[in-house]
Design a protein around this ligand. Structure first.
Ligand code: ADP
Length: 151
């Protein structure tokens, strides 16, 4: 069974992430959304909230699950027996950043990183823009799945 993890902060999950996950499950038997916890980062949403948004969004899809982890992604993959990392590419900056990480992971393990190009209609969305809109009380709901609510 081919399993992939889709690692990220998901602070919060956006329609861009949802697009990559929905397309990822056409390639893999299972996509595990893995929320990386970094103690030096300040998150807008708690880990529990981020997990709940994702669980609700994919409640009808048994091929999608969500977990959290800390430490190196390659160590986590080894621990749960996953051979593929799924990532989304929006633009050249994403590519340059992801290239270095994928090369490093490949150097340190046998993991393959599979990249999907974002759909044109969601390629401009980022969690940081969503957080900015939320901070200034804007209409963030067009950019995130229905499960994401601030209060
Ligand atoms: P990170 O903190 O690792 O950047 P994110 O939660 O921001 O975590 O992103 C996780 C993954 O989702 C990354 O591969 C990123 O490129 C991808 N991603 C983020 N926004 C979008 C989008 N709008 N369309 C497609 N992929 C996206």
């Amino acid at each position: 069974m081919n399993k992939a993890i889709f690692p990220g902060s998901f602070d919060p999950i956006t329609l861009g992430h949802v697009d990559i996950i929905n397309r990822g499950i056409t390639l893999f038997d299972e996509v595990i959304i893995a929320i990386g916890e970094n103690s030096s980062k300040n998150y807008m949403f708690s880990l529990e909230e981020r997990i709940a948004f994702i669980k609700t969004t994919f409640k009808d899809n048994p091929k999608v699950s969500v977990v959290s982890y800390s430490g190196l992604t390659i160590d986590f993959c080894k621990a749960i027996g996953v051979e593929f990392i799924l990532r989304g590419l929006r633009n050249p900056a994403d590519f340059e950043f992801e290239k270095a990480i994928a090369h490093t992971n490949r150097h340190l393990s046998t993991l393959e990183t599979v990249f999907l190009l974002t759909s044109a209609k969601t390629s401009f969305i980022s969690s940081s823009i969503v957080r900015e809109i939320i901070r200034y009380d804007g209409d963030y709901k067009k950019l995130v799945p229905d499960a994401v609510r601030t209060k």
